[in-house]
Design a protein around this ligand. Structure first.
Ligand SMILES: [Zn+2]
Length: 259
């Protein structure tokens, strides 16, 4: 074979390797750059009793699994506004993901590096003591910076959720997951539109809820709004995943996540 031909063939092989990537060449099926369909995660912050009493029955009736971000120092049962340890264990048994939301809910950028590490590790340990392996984390009050992101990685979490506006598409940052917040005035119609975009774009929508109550309040949404969102997810047969499950699906894509 002429040397020029060999060079040409080498160039073609190299081009294919670069274009498809090594996984695409050797795997039986080529990984996709986007999810096969859009996914939605329902996350709830703070482990309040209103979530247990009003949101969980709606989710369980629809067989939807949520992610609950728990402040572990409130699990001792002294404050009746928060779930107890036994109740959080029950939620895990029902299939909900239990993630860490620190031990005392500080604004992490305003405490010392040692205190940040303690919040990350001790909350993980508190949950571990209950038989819960918390693999995802939510920044209290949405507070983070680069050092805090690094500390979350070092503490052994697989990913972390912010309260920053956005979607988690194929270029999402696993430790700065973006969300759509459910505010007291958020309507079912507006969330339906966001779910439709998510399905159209094959991306990942993470919703953030706080309190859920029968009546409107300044620090949460109503059971009617949650029910409306859940009904729409069921009607559209949307794949609802926990954040841990979403991270796993995301990791199967051909495009590496930003870490
Ligand atoms: Zn919180």
């Amino acid at each position: 074979m002429e040397i020029r031909k060999i060079i040409n063939i080498s160039a073609i092989v190299m081009f294919i390797l670069l274009a498809v990537g090594p996984v695409g060449v050797f795997a039986a099926t080529k990984p996709s750059k986007t999810l096969s369909r859009g996914i939605v995660s329902l996350t709830f912050d703070d482990g309040t009793r209103s979530i247990l009493d009003n949101a969980i029955p709606i989710l369980n009736a629809a067989h939807l699994k949520s992610t609950q971000y728990i402040i572990t120092s409130f699990l001792d049962g002294r404050d009746p506004n928060y779930m107890t340890a036994a109740e959080v264990v029950r939620l895990q048994a029902e299939g909900h993901e239990i993630g860490s939301h620190t031990r005392t809910h500080p604004f992490l950028p305003s405490i010392s590096a040692v205190e940040v590490i303690n919040e990350l590790l001790q909350s993980k340990q508190d949950l571990s003591d209950l038989g819960i392996n918390a693999t995802t984390f939510a920044y209290p009050l949405g507070g983070y910076n680069k050092d805090i992101v690094d500390a979350v990685k070092q503490a052994g979490y697989a990913g972390a959720r912010t309260v920053d506006y956005g979607w988690d598409g194929h270029r999402c940052n696993l430790f700065r997951l973006k969300v759509q917040n459910i505010y007291p005035d958020t309507t079912v119609e507006s969330v339906k539109a966001k779910i439709s975009w998510t399905l159209g774009d094959h991306t990942w929508l993470i919703l953030v809820f706080h309190n859920v109550r029968p009546e409107p309040s300044i620090d949460g949404t109503t059971t009617m709004v949650l029910q409306g969102i859940v009904d729409y997810l069921v009607k559209k047969k949307v794949r609802v995943v926990t954040v841990a499950e979403g991270l796993k699906l995301r990791s199967q894509l051909a495009v590496p996540p930003i870490r």
